[in-house]
Design a protein around this ligand. Structure first.
Ligand code: AMP
Length: 188
């Protein structure tokens, strides 16, 4: 396959070159964590300094100065959110799995394929009028992101947008988050 043919096969909101770079490092793990699921392992994206740098720069460039605080969704979202926050001088706030936060928190439940899960954010996480960029590694069905954005809004933040390294477009998560802005470096 020629280089051009490879590049037309990938797409993302920060251009074909960035999408292709991410795609070159994603490892598909069939039947993890259960049969029928293809887990998108982004560990090689995080582990390669040049690629990680490009990922963070693309997220920062896309949203510019349009946010004041960065939220990371437990656990892989923490890695990305901290880097975006550091690069821009913004603060970073965790959205955590239930029972981990030590002070008064808001909780939001969402559906998993089997059963439900719950995420929490501290009630005082955001100041008045703060614009919040929410970051995670993968957007699949959108349940995790939808719950996280609802938590941000309930805690008084204004959602500036949502960004991920990889979006499983065929699952329709982006539609679920509309009309909030969604940015994915690689859409498959
Ligand atoms: P969802 O709520 O369905 O959008 O799932 C998104 C969350 O689950 C993210 O925090 C991802 O880390 C994780 N996730 C879901 N599906 C996958 C997948 N196929 N590969 C890797 N991570 C996934």
């Amino acid at each position: 396959m020629t280089e051009g043919a490879t590049e037309t096969a990938v797409r993302g909101d920060s251009g074909v070159a960035t999408a292709a770079l991410v795609a070159s490092r994603v490892v598909d793990v069939p039947d993890f964590p259960k049969p029928g699921v293809v887990f998108k392992d982004l560990s090689p994206v995080f582990a390669d300094g040049a690629v990680f740098h490009r990922v963070i720069d693309a997220m920062v460039d896309h949203y510019g100065d349009g946010f004041d605080v960065v939220v990371g969704i437990e656990a892989r979202g923490f890695v990305l959110a901290a880097a975006v926050a550091y690069a821009t001088g913004a603060g970073v706030v965790p959205v955590r799995k239930a029972g981990k936060l030590p002070r008064a928190a808001y909780a939001a439940s969402y559906e998993l394929e089997y059963g439900t899960a719950e995420l929490e954010v501290h009630r005082d996480a955001f100041g008045p009028g703060q614009r919040v960029l929410v970051v995670d590694d993968v957007l699949a069905t959108g349940g995790t992101a939808e719950a996280s954005l609802a938590l941000v809004e309930r805690a008084g933040g204004t959602v500036a947008g949502f960004t991920v390294v990889l979006e499983l477009g065929f699952l329709g998560g982006r539609t679920r988050l509309a009309p909030r802005p969604v940015h994915a470096l690689l859409s498959v």
